[in-house]
Design a protein around this ligand. Structure first.
Ligand code: MIC
Ligand code: SF4
Length: 763
């Protein structure tokens, strides 16, 4: 039995979805006039209007959806729930859960780390627990596991639609959902019982030919997809996987592929319902969901014609042959720089990447299934069998207590301990910079290489050290490389010299899709909310440095958009980690004014190539971005941020929009946006604009002043013009595009989407 439940959570809701699905999908097929992909079936059966009455243009039309559930993690839930408290609702309108996973620092090992986190973040955990209790939200306490793993084990169901305040919510695609990462304000819409809006996505089909074998793992599929699509190639699209390679893969392997789909910017990824999902549902005590899904199985995958001739139904089709796919390592500093392991020796030499690997880290929300761990353990076991010595340090972060308990019972933790591994708490830990690797010396840390099975490897991401080169690989490859201690170790061809001077080769990894003796756990970590939470008091201390009640944003007026200054012109990659760094700053995720002190400190200033060093046009002096911005704010001067392509890539954290908004940035003008960040800016009542002519980026100078000359005519599909006045008095007229529809323009005019909700609820 999986802790507090013997059957699935919210089974009635799931039955309701399945009861409606047939009629809705049939109607959609009739309207669209051709066979449907799985993605379309799920989207059209979750329209806010109910039974479809019209078709939508992919990549063009905004559509109102009715997701089945919401999930939030601690670092984003604080802001989401602080906003929800303003929505004026007594209870959440759809099943919702909160998961404590991001705020646990990895240092010594699971037990001590968890104890410390419970002490240092106790105020935040208490806040989240009491808000959950009040509004009918399921609460997963610290140590229960990482949101996406817990969702896959407990809540995900084939054909469902969910949103979550974390970009890797997409993991649930492994169980055939359409699961989408959003900012907190989007989650508030759904929790408050309103429609959730999304531009109808484009569809990318990925045909997986052949089967995985030997050293190649599901991770290599997504590493290859990242190579093909790059970090922005999936933007605005759902990736749907199919083919023999898909059905022959485990459900959790599918989860890995969907999870890291966030790294190509995809709205989400998904797989059609198959036996692997049936096995996984039954293995996690959800035979009831499996039985229900079986009854509507034809609606939980694409119509047969689609996978036979995919080019007729998808906007883009990619084919990957799993039989010839090699293990890959992606990195450093970006998840799409892909190197097959057989080419690593050459690539490392050419790029001067340090070959010595200091640490191998496995686990995280995307790669800590029983299958992953058992396969990695089969390699760790060979260390003593073959009289080897593990050269790198090695760490494991299990994705959930369910997995951790089961792998301990089955002896894998012991196997890892035998090679000197550290087992961290079931939490994000090193994946989100909550890894105390260097104490306070991270900023000037030494140049070094690490390999991990996580998703992201942006600069400073894991340990705060800008000189750490992180490479992403499968847990199997990471383990083999940690044993060998070298980045260019190719376990398929290379041998190692053991303690007795003999040449030995690692055998291929072997594992189990699901635990042969079933999953087990003592306390999975779930806390059910009260039936009636109306008397629960939510306390936020007025002098708290961790939590701060929100004050509504005031609208940005047309007048304030004249005479604006440039805050920063960001050069190159500017991810949400650059805009609002995680790691030590996670501490302030519930306190807008405090966290605003990290605003854009990681962005590179295009004029001097330095971080956190921009010109204050009022004094002519250079200073940090937050301080400079606060100086403009004090004078009531609005500012603009300029950026390159895929601005805001990465996380769903709406702090990356709320902080600049709080400090007085009014507009962000870039070559292109990542989806979630663009929406987050709109939700907070800011202007998110793109250059109509990309080269105009080059026209922006350090001392520029900006006037929005036609902002009074702000309307859907009409570009906005900015007059840019340079220091020498010369001017450029710059045309900018936007994707605002009429309701989104109302968010801007009212100051934020939340202000609009509040107004509607008060009326
Ligand atoms: C991440 O992987 O970057 C995070 C940390 O999980 C974020 C959420 C956050 O910033 O809190 C994400 O992916 O959305
Ligand atoms: Fe946590 Fe990392 Fe997964 Fe984000 S990607 S949810 S930080 S484990």
């Amino acid at each position: 039995m999986i802790n507090q439940r013997t059957m699935a959570f919210d089974i009635d809701m799931i039955k309701g979805v399945y009861a409606r699905m047939g009629e809705r999908v049939d109607k959609a097929r009739e309207l669209v006039g051709k066979p449907l992909t799985l993605s379309e079936k799920i989207l059209y059966s979750h329209l806010w209007e109910g039974i479809p009455s019209t078709t939508f243009r992919r990549g063009k039309d905004y559509v109102d959806f009715a997701p089945d559930r919401v999930a939030c993690q601690d670092a984003t839930a604080q802001m989401a729930l602080l906003q929800f408290m303003h929505a004026g609702k007594p209870k959440v309108a759809v099943p919702t859960t909160v998961h404590c996973d991001h705020l646990i620092q990895a240092k010594v090992g699971a037990e001590a780390d968890l104890k410390r986190a419970n002490k240092t973040s106790n105020e935040v955990f208490d806040f989240l627990e009491s808000v959950s209790n009040k509004y009918g939200i399921g609460f997963w306490k610290p140590g229960a596991g990482i949101i996406h793993q817990v969702v896959l084990e407990n809540y995900a169901f084939p054909g469902g639609m969910m949103i979550g305040t974390d970009s890797h919510t997409v993991n649930a695609g492994g169980l055939g959902m359409v699961a989408i990462g959003v900012g907190g304000a989007d989650a508030v819409d759904v929790m408050a019982g309103m429609a959730w809006e999304l531009k109808f996505p484009k569809l990318i089909g990925v045909k997986l030919k052949g089967k995985l074998s030997g050293w190649t793992a599901p991770k290599d599929v997504i590493l290859k997809v990242a190579d093909i699509l790059t970090v922005k190639g999936g933007t605005g699209a759902i990736i749907e996987y199919f083919g023999e390679g898909a059905t022959s893969m485990s459900c959790t392997g599918k989860g890995t592929i969907c999870n890291m789909g966030a790294e190509v910017g995809a709205t989400t990824s998904t797989f059609g319902y198959d036996d692997s999902m049936d096995r996984y549902l039954r293995g996690t005590d959800r035979a009831d969901v499996a039985d229900e899904a079986k009854k509507v199985a034809e609606y939980l995958t694409a119509d047969p014609e689609v996978y036979q001739a995919p080019e007729k139904y998808f906007d883009q089709v990619i084919e990957i042959d799993l039989s010839t796919l090699e293990p890959h390592l992606n990195g450093p500093f970006t998840p799409d720089l892909s190197t097959p392991i057989s080419k690593m020796s050459e690539a490392a030499k050419a790029n001067d990447w340090p070959l010595n690997v200091e640490v191998g880290l496995i686990g995280s929300c995307t790669n800590s299934s029983y299958e992953d761990i058992s396969r990695a353990a089969s390699l760790a076991k060979q260390v003593s069998e073959k009289k080897l010595k593990t050269k790198s340090k090695f760490t494991i972060t299990p994705g959930s207590e369910l997995v951790r308990y089961t792998i301990e019972r089955d002896g894998f933790i012991k196997t890892f301990n035998n090679i000197g591994a550290t087992v961290f708490a079931n939490a994000c830990g090193p994946c989100i910079g909550m890894w105390d690797r260097y104490g306070d010396k991270a900023a000037n840390g030494p140049r070094n290489t690490i390999v991990h099975s996580f998703n992201r490897n942006f600069a400073k991401r894991a340990d705060g050290n800008p000189n750490t080169l992180a490479f992403v690989g499968s847990p199997e490859l990471v383990t083999a490389i940690a044993i060998a201690g070298r980045l260019d170790f190719n376990p398929i061809t290379d041998t190692l010299i053991n303690e007795e001077g003999q040449e030995v080769k690692l055998d291929e990894p072997r594992g189990y899709e699901l635990p042969p003796e079933g999953f087990a756990v003592e306390d999975a970590g779930y806390v059910a909310p009260r039936e009636d939470g109306s008397s629960v008091n939510v306390k936020v201390a007025s002098d708290s440095e961790r939590l701060q009640l929100l004050a509504p944003f005031t609208p940005i007026t047309n007048e304030s958009l004249q005479g604006m200054k440039l805050l920063i012109k960001a050069f190159g990659k500017c991810t949400t980690d650059h805009i609002s760094m995680a790691g030590p700053w996670l501490r302030y995720r519930g306190h807008l004014d405090n966290i605003a002190n990290n605003t854009l400190i990681g962005a590179v200033n295009a004029f001097n190539k330095k971080t956190n060093f921009v010109k204050n046009q009022l004094t002519g002096e250079y200073g940090g971005v937050p301080d400079t911005q606060r100086a403009y704010k004090a004078k009531g001067i609005k500012t603009i941020v300029v950026g390159d392509h895929n601005y805001g890539e990465g996380s769903s954290r709406e702090h990356a929009a709320m902080q600049p908004r709080h400090l007085g940035v009014a507009a962000v003008l870039v070559k292109s946006f990542a989806r979630i960040h663009e929406t987050n800016l709109k939700k907070q009542g800011m202007l998110a604009l793109t250059f109509a002519n990309e080269n105009d980026y080059d026209k922006i100078q350090e001392d520029d002043t900006f006037n929005f000359v036609d902002i009074q005519d702000f309307a859907p599909d009409v570009p906005l013009t900015i007059e840019v006045v340079h220091k020498d008095g010369s001017k450029d007229m710059i045309k900018t595009n936007h994707t605002y529809n009429a309701p989104q323009i109302a968010w801007f005019r009212e100051g934020s989407a939340l202000n609009v909700i509040k107004k509607e609820n008060a009326a």
